[in-house]
Design a protein around this ligand. Structure first.
Ligand code: PMP
Length: 451
């Protein structure tokens, strides 16, 4: 990117805006890419250049950009009741309806929905519910939480602690006490010499059990995991992983929180990752595709095992002392309801299953190009990892490919040297081909550059 012109929107952005997940000093030099509008799977910058949004924004715009029914749902709700809260026995139609809808959609028995505004808040709230429950049950020592190396659960203090990535801890004085990380289930990088995928999966479960025993099972409250790891590099669990891990949790009566923030609402070819991997979570955290990110809304579903003691404790104290101004926001809830209606009406789950074979075929082909090390994915989420001896620093080759893709009109995201693909669920087969054609050309550009 060129240095921003004086008084341009780029220059004003540099002058006033601290960006998420950005090197702030580099931003002062490079400036932003200003995205102005979007339609379907495409977005357009303020110079009229069009890009395929290969990440659906942040793994989230299921219905693509410019879905009129979502805009109408928001407008109608804004006109009727633009805001009301859900504290102190108050409520409104959209939050009650969305709670009912989500509890009924859940693939395992759930009792209640609780609303938050982001994935991080949903996971933070899950931890608070879990701690509150332990106290309610007279088990105050049962507070430790286990998540996984390379897991991603958000960036608020507790959620960032759950996240198992160094950049979310370094210089933030995190993780907080009592959050522990177990083995990352990435077969290629974590397997031992000669170890089969099944054996590796079993070893992940053994590692988890050893950690539990070392810490004391009576001190472990919950295990948090994404069905498929997203921001850690799109890590699809090895064969037999969930079959091996879940019995360990059961054995020690440890609650299981499925972070469905990316997997939820169709991404893996079922409504939830919980169905794809036959999970039995006690809590599910939901966001992103819940509203196609048209409004910030997130939710937790909790089963009776969680709700019961929490309800009793709140009755004893006289209040469940938790809540956000935006919890159950009527506009967010109305948009989420319409979004879910569209996903069901258009049977987007079947669409994902229809498109996925071509998506996976092209992903694997990209994974056979120069510099590619591994392709992995499921449904409509995938990543291809690259390496080159002339760009050995972590993220060096990934960053180059990412820039080359953007140059050619495809927005992806490099997580280290893995390039992610997570397009809107509405993508067509022709558009899948268009996306991977650009990706292949960009990889060829970089391969040529590096020689
Ligand atoms: N959990 C998962 C699995 C996520 O991918 C994310 C966001 N990428 C979060 C939680 C955090 O969500 P938010 O950014 O809305 O706080």
């Amino acid at each position: 990117m060129n240095k921003p012109l004086p008084n341009s929107i780029e220059a004003r952005d540099v002058a006033y805006h601290l960006h998420s997940y950005t090197d702030a000093r580099k931003h002062e030099e490079a400036g932003p890419l200003i995205v102005e509008k979007g339609e379907g799977i495409y977005v357009e910058d303020n110079n009229g250049k069009r890009y395929i949004e290969g990440m659906a924004g942040l793994w989230s715009v299921a219905l693509g950009f410019g879905e009129q029914r979502l805009i109408d749902a928001a407008t109608r709700q804004m006109q009727k009741l633009p805001y009301y809260h859900t504290f102190t026995h108050k409520g409104h139609g959209p939050s009650a309806e969305l709670a009912e809808k989500l509890v009924n959609m859940a693939p395992v028995p759930m009792s209640k929905a609780y609303f938050t505004n982001s994935g991080s808040e949903a996971n933070d709230t899950a931890i608070k519910l879990i701690w509150y429950r332990s106290n309610a049950l007279g088990q105050p020592e049962r507070k430790k939480i286990i998540s996984r190396v390379k897991g991603y659960h958000g960036v608020t203090l507790a959620a960032a602690s759950l996240t198992g990535l160094p950049n979310n801890h370094r210089s933030f004085d995190l993780p907080i006490e009592g959050v522990l990380h177990t083995t990352c289930p990435h077969y290629r990088t974590m397997k031992k010499e000669g170890e089969s995928e099944q054996d590796f999966a079993k070893r992940c479960a053994v590692d988890l059990e050893e950690l539990i025993l070392k810490e004391g099972p009576e001190t472990i409250a919950a295990f948090f995991a994404e069905p498929v790891m997203g921001a850690g590099g799109v890590i699809v669990p090895p064969d037999g992983y969930w079959e091996a891990v879940q019995p360990v949790l059961k054995k020690y009566d440890i609650l299981f929180v499925a972070d469905e923030v990316i997997c939820g609402f169709g991404r893996t070819g079922n409504m939830f990752g919980t169905e794809t991997y036959k999970l039995q979570p006690d809590i599910m955290t939901l966001s992103k595709q819940l509203s196609s990110s048209y409004m910030p809304v997130s939710a937790l579903l909790v089963n009776e095992k969680v709700y019961g003691p929490v309800a009793d404790e709140s009755h004893k104290i006289g209040v469940w002392g938790h809540g956000y101004t935006g919890s159950g926001h009527p506009v967010g809830a109305a948009v989420a309801l319409e979004n879910l209606k569209i996903i069901e009406e258009r049977d987007l789950i079947s669409h994902v299953r229809d498109i996925s074979p071509q998506f996976m075929k092209r992903l694997k082909q990209l994974g056979e190009q120069d510099m590619a090390v591994e392709a992995r994915g499921i449904g409509l989420i995938g990543a291809v990892e690259f390496a080159h001896e002339k760009a050995p620093d972590v993220g060096a080759v990934g960053g180059r490919i990412n820039r080359a893709m953007q140059e050619r009109g495809l927005i992806s995201r490099n997580m280290g040297d893995a390039l992610a693909f997570c397009p809107p669920l509405i993508i067509s087969e022709a558009q899948v081909n268009e996306m991977f054609d650009i990706a292949e050309a960009a990889v060829a550009d970089v391969a040529k550059d590096l020689g």
